[in-house]
Design a protein around this ligand. Structure first.
Ligand SMILES: [Zn+2]
Ligand SMILES: [Zn+2]
Length: 215
C-alpha cells in the first residue's frame, strides 16, 4: 500500500472534515494542505509555524482544533511523548514504526517498517486501521554529540538526516503558550519548512486553492 499522494491526502482530510459537518473554510483548507505536505511528526506549534508565512491569519487555536477534529475522525494520530512536553502528531496514514530520539526529540519513520509490518500481518486475517508504534532511543547525531560510537552501515542510512534539527521551545505546544510565535524558535528549524511550502505551492494545484482568499 503506497502512501497517498499529497493531493489525495489533502482531499481525504477535507472530505472527512466536511462529512463530519465542519465548514470547509479557507483556514481549514490551508491546514489540511499543510498536513498533506508535511513529512514530519509535527506539534501544533510546528504546523502553525509551517503555515505562518503564507497564512498569517490562521491562529494556533484553529490549528489545534482542526488537528483534534482530524484525530477524533481517525485521520491523524497522537504520538506518545517525545520528551519535549509537546504532543506530536502522526500524519502518515500507513502503519509503520517510528524512531523517537529522547535527546533532540525528533521523530522519523523507520524506513521499510511499513513493508515489514504489511508482510507480518498479511496472513493473519487482521484488518489494520491504525498503529502507534515507537522505539525510543538516541539518534546518530545525538550519540556523536555524547561521544558514543555509532553503529551504522553508512551516514546515508541515517533516517534522521532528512529531519530538520531543532525543536520548538518547551511549552510551545499550541495550548496557550505565552510565547509569541517564533519566540526561541531556531532558524535552522523554520527555514526548511518554508522552503518546502514554497516549493509545494509552485508544484501543486492544491496550493492555488490554498492561496485563495475570501473577497
Ligand atoms: Zn537526537
Ligand atoms: Zn511516523
Amino acid at each position: 500500500m503506497a502512501r497517498p499522494s499529497r493531493e489525495e491526502r489533502y482531499q481525504e482530510l477535507c472530505d472527512a472534515l466536511e462529512a463530519a459537518g465542519l465548514k470547509l473554510t479557507n483556514q481549514r483548507r490551508a491546514i489540511c494542505a499543510a498536513l498533506a505536505s508535511m513529512t514530519t511528526h509535527p506539534t501544533v506549534y510546528e504546523v502553525h509555524e509551517y503555515l505562518r508565512t503564507y497564512h498569517p491569519t490562521v491562529s494556533r487555536a484553529t490549528v489545534y482544533n482542526t488537528l483534534t477534529a482530524l484525530r477524533d475522525l481517525g485521520l491523524v494520530a497522537e504520538i506518545g511523548p517525545a520528551g519535549d512536553g509537546a504532543m506530536h502528531y502522526e500524519l502518515n496514514p500507513d502503519p509503520h514504526l517510528n524512531l523517537v530520539c529522547v535527546r533532540c526529540h525528533r521523530i522519523v519513520d523507520l524506513p521499510g517498517s511499513q513493508l515489514q509490518l504489511d508482510s507480518l500481518v498479511r496472513n493473519s486475517g487482521f484488518r489494520v486501521t491504525g498503529a502507534r508504534l515507537a522505539l525510543y532511543g538516541y539518534c546518530p547525531s545525538c550519540q556523536r554529540q555524547l561521544g558514543w560510537a555509532v553503529e551504522q552501515a553508512s551516514p546515508a542510512a541515517d533516517p534522521f538526516a532528512a529531519e530538520p534539527a531543532g525543536h520548538p521551545p518547551a511549552g510551545a505546544n499550541g495550548q496557550g503558550s505565552p510565547n509569541g510565535p517564533g519566540a526561541g524558535g531556531k532558524p535552522a528549524h523554520r527555514v526548511p519548512a518554508q522552503v518546502l511550502l514554497r516549493a509545494a505551492a509552485r508544484r501543486s494545484p492544491i496550493k492555488l486553492r490554498m492561496r485563495s482568499r475570501p473577497s
